[in-house]
Every structure is written in C-alpha cells, then in structure tokens.
Design a protein around this ligand. Structure first.
Ligand SMILES: CC(=O)N[C@H]1[C@@H](OP(=O)(O)OP(=O)(O)OC[C@H]2O[C@@H](n3ccc(=O)[nH]c3=O)[C@H](O)[C@@H]2O)O[C@H](CO)[C@@H](O)[C@@H]1O[C@H](C)C(=O)N[C@@H](C)C(=O)N[C@@H](CCC(=O)O)C(=O)O
Ligand SMILES: Nc1ncnc2c1ncn2[C@@H]1O[C@H](COP(=O)(O)OP(=O)(O)OP(=O)(O)O)[C@@H](O)[C@H]1O
Length: 453
C-alpha cells in the first residue's frame, strides 16, 4: 500500500472521526483526518480525575465534548480547507451546524484574507439529527472558572470577582510558565488544563499546509465549558472587552477581525448554545464586555501586585520558539498598545519600569504607533484597542508635561492631531460602561458599582 502524503490541493474531505473522554484519567481524545489519511489526535487533559458522573452530568459531558471536538477541528480543517466536511461518529442538528459555520467562517476571517481565500459558502457542516432537546439544569454550584491569559485583562476580572466575593478558580490551558506565575500570584485556587495539538499539524505546515490565525478563544472557551461541567461549577468567565468586537477596516475588503472569537457575536452565540445544549445553569460570559480597552487599562493601573509578573506580549505564548527576554518584546502591536493604553492612568516611572524602556520615546516605533492610530495604515491584526482609543490616549499624553516631549507624542501633536476632530479625542467618553453583555444579573449591578468607583 502506498504511504498517504499531505497534498493540500488534492484533499477532498475533512473528517471529524470520533471523540472520547476517559473519566478515570481526565483525558479527552479529539480525532480528525483528511480523506483516508492518518488520524490526527489532539488531547485535552482536565485535572481532578477520576470524575464520578451521574446520568445527567454524563450526558452534559458528552455534549460538551462533542462541542469541543467540533470547535477544535478548526486548527486542522484550515490546513487544507477541503470542499467537504464529514462527521463520522455522531450526528448534529441544524443549530449546532449554524454555530460552527459562524465560528469557522468568521474565526478564520483573517486567515482567509491573508491567504486570498473565500470561505463564504464553502464551509457546510452536515446536519441530519433532529433539533436537540433543551438541556436540563445540572444543579451546578455557584463558582467561577476564570480563564487567565497572563495579561492585564484577566487579572482585572480576577481582582473584580475577588472584590465582589465571588468564589473562583483561576484556570489556564497549556504549559506557559508566565501564566502559571500570574495564576500563583493571585493566591487563589488554580487549575491547569493540558492541551497537545496533533503533532502531524507541524509536519503539514512544513509540507505546504494553509496556515494562519485561528479563533483560539473559541477553542479555549469550549475547553473551559468541558472543565466546568466536570468540576460541577456554574460559570465560565472570560475577560474580553468591548473593543474586541471591532476589527480592522481593509480597503476593498471590509472588516476583518483578528480577535473575532473574543467579540460579542461569538460570546452571545456560544453562550446561548451552551445554555440550550449543554447545561441550562452553566453561564458563559465575559466580565469585561461592558468595558473599552482604555477602561480595562484604567482598572489594571489600580493594582500593582502583578507588575513584575504579567505580560500581554503574545511572543511569550508560542508553542515552540523564543520568548522575549524580559516578557515584553517592545516592538509588537500588543506591546505598543498596552504601553499607550496604560500611560494615561499610571505614573510614568512605574510604566517604564514594567516595560524596561519608554516606547513612546523611540522613533523606530513610529510605524507601529501609526497603525494603532489608524494613520496611513489599518489597525494591526492583533488584540489591540480601536483606533479612536489610541488617538484619545495619545491626545491625553500630549497634554501632560511628563509625556509631551517624547518623540512620538511630539510627532502626534505636530503631524496627526491637527487632522483630527478634537471632540473625538476625549478619554472620558470611552470609559463609559456599555450595556451589551451577558453577565449574570445577580452580579452586574455590584460589578457596575465596583468598576465605576
Ligand atoms: C503565540 C501566537 O501568537 N501564535 C500565533 C502565531 O503562531 P506561530 O506559528 O508563530 O506559533 P504557535 O502559536 O506556536 O503555533 C504553531 C502552529 O500551530 C498552529 N496552531 C496553534 C494553536 C492552535 O490552537 N491551533 C493551531 O492551529 C498555528 O496556526 C501555527 O501554525 O501565528 C499563527 C498564525 O497566524 C497564529 O494562529 C498563532 O496564534 C495562536 C493560535 C495563539 O494562541 N494566539 C493567541 C496569542 C492570540 O492570538 N490570541 C488572540 C485572541 C483572539 C482570538 O480568539 O482569535 C489575541 O490575543 O488577539
Ligand atoms: N492559555 C490560556 N488559557 C486560558 N485562557 C486564556 C489563555 N490565553 C488567553 N486566555 C483568555 O482569553 C481571553 C483573551 O486573551 P487576552 O490575551 O486578550 O487576555 P489577557 O491575557 O488576560 O490580557 P491582555 O489583553 O493584556 O493580553 C482572556 O479571557 C484570557 O484570559
């Protein structure tokens, strides 16, 4: 028999082969394949085994597992983007297919744009199961699994929940030592979920697979939903801010959102699905949805406990490869944005101490900051705030004696600010809390008061 070779453009079918969860070990196996090629097996390991599950909980675990299998397939599907999708071992209903089509088409939006692909109308999940019955409540205990990513956002959520007296477990996926250090620094209970991608994906990348960004927050969300059902807790909390719902505006293409699965469209569709199909008393929400990036930065500046531990620079989080020496590379869009967003709210020596240098006094960073300001460029494909937030932060610094002589602030004042409408540069207007959110009602009024203090 001839050996199967990965030939991207010859592949006809992406297969969801099967998934399984071993309650004795806590390991989930998520199995995929292209055509009749080798099985691609991703594993997710939830600590706390052995798990004892009553009948209702076992059904919910199976539903959460299938959801995870279907969402996580996006990493492998993208390698060849074949015309046909097949689910070998179970059937899904129309609701599930619609959720997945939304996640794949939008979550792969940046991937498609960068590779010159059109995924609209191409991604069809076969659905022949009757409409699923409504999932029952499981009697989950009041407790939050809070996702921690090592950056400022999740730390703001964790400290807000602590201030409100909500019981929480700080939870992360993967082996990042930086995230572990932040999680331990909280002093709260922690949970580290293991995740290993199928190793063939890296071979396929070398052999010409399509490659690019995937909706990683959707994958992390599905992992935490499974962990919550296993742990018997009623909340999965992310820290995705309002600004994440807005993408980059590309001339001739329209909006492309790098962080689509951090946005409101994903959160509302996924959260509703979990309620209806996994457990009626499991709440998936983002605690920071009502806040802009600037409002999150203002909250973070009030806490100094994590200054020597956190980092928002994504270069820390590669599976393979080098990490920045002092946690902040200083040259990527996230470093630029976080520096700029924190600057109006933090004493300058503290901020420069965190980054190890003053990014706004470095002419070599001009193009990077211009992109954030949407000046002669579009917003970068990264997790950064809206252009209007960057412009407002820069205008605030232009009015501060300690910042206004820095080379990039001076340039803003001389070259960019005169072209802008002064009425649109007010920071305060961007700090107002929004009502579009799905935070449990029992928490929202107290949270609003806490964030407005
Ligand atoms: C750390 C990082 O930014 N990685 C992105 C980078 O990947 P790279 O090849 O440089 O390194 P690895 O992350 O080690 O990935 C190796 C390959 O594996 C693929 N892959 C990885 C994780 C996964 O869940 N599925 C996968 O298929 C990956 O595509 C590589 O081929 O560039 C890639 C291509 O653009 C990005 O896909 C990598 O992004 C990671 C998936 C990642 O975790 N990124 C987060 C830091 C991130 O971007 N978060 C977003 C959240 C928004 C969202 O949900 O979309 C953000 O902060 O804006
Ligand atoms: N490895 C991970 N495990 C669990 N959750 C994660 C992981 N990485 C990111 N997240 C979560 O995904 C969401 C988006 O991540 P993001 O990087 O924007 O947040 P952050 O790290 O908290 O803050 P920052 O924006 O400063 O980087 C957050 O809720 C974060 O907690």
């Amino acid at each position: 028999m001839t050996e199967w070779k990965f030939q991207r453009d010859a592949i006809a079918t992406f297969r969801f082969v099967r998934c399984g969860f071993d309650a004795a070990t806590g390991v989930a196996h998520l199995v995929y394949a292209f055509d009749d090629g080798p099985e691609l097996v991703e594993t997710v390991t939830v600590p706390g085994a052995p798990f004892t599950l009553d009948a209702d909980r076992a059904v919910a675990v199976e539903r959460a597992l299938r959801l995870l299998h279907l969402v996580t397939g996006v990493s492998y599907y993208k390698a060849a983007v074949p015309p046909r999708i097949v689910i070998d071992s179970y059937a899904i209903d129309a609701d599930t297919a619609a959720l997945l089509e939304t996640i794949y088409v939008n979550g792969l939006g940046e991937f498609a744009y960068r590779n010159g692909l059109n995924l609209h109308g191409r991604i069809r999940f076969p659905h022949d199961a009757p409409d699923d019955t409504v999932a029952p409540a499981l009697g989950l205990r009041e407790h939050a699994l809070v996702a921690i990513g090592g950056g400022k956002d999740s730390l703001v959520s964790i400290e807000s929940l602590r201030a409100l007296g909500v019981e929480q477990t700080v939870t992360w996926i993967g082996g990042s030592q930086l995230i572990r250090a932040c999680a331990e620094r909280t002093g709260l209970d922690t949970l580290n979920v293991g995740r290993a991608l199928a190793p063939q994906l890296f071979d396929y990348n070398r052999e010409g697979a399509w490659n690019g960004h995937i909706p990683v927050t959707a994958v992390n969300s599905a992992i935490l939903v499974l962990a919550a059902v296993l742990g018997g807790v009623d909340q999965v909390v992310f820290s995705n801010e309002r600004s994440a719902s807005y993408g980059s505006l590309i001339e001739g293409t329209g909006e492309v959102n790098h962080q689509w699965s951090k946005g409101w469209a994903f959160e509302s569709a996924f959260g509703d699905y979990v309620h209806k199909h996994v457990a009626a008393d499991l709440h998936y929400y983002s605690l920071l949805r009502p806040l802009s990036e600037l409002a999150v930065a203002r909250q973070f500046a009030r806490i100094d406990r994590y200054d020597a531990h956190f980092s928002s620079c994504n270069r820390n989080f590669h599976i393979l490869g080098e990490r920045p020496v002092n946690r902040w590379c200083g040259v990527c869009p996230k470093c630029h944005f976080v520096f700029l967003a924190l600057a109006p709210f933090m004493p300058k020596p503290r901020l420069v101490g965190i980054f190890g240098r003053n990014l706004l006094d470095d002419a070599a960073q001009t193009a990077g900051f211009d992109a954030l300001l949407e000046f002669q460029d579009h917003k970068p494909f990264e997790c950064v705030g809206e252009g209007r937030e960057s412009r407002a932060a820069m205008a605030a610094l232009a009015a501060r004696p300690e910042w206004r002589e820095d080379v990039l602030v001076e340039r803003f004042v001389a070259e960019i600010q005169p072209q802008l409408d002064a009425a649109e540069l007010a920071v305060d207007a961007l700090l107002v809390l929004d009502d579009e959110q799905r935070i449990p009602a029992s928490l929202w009024e107290r949270l609003r008061a806490h964030l407005s203090a």
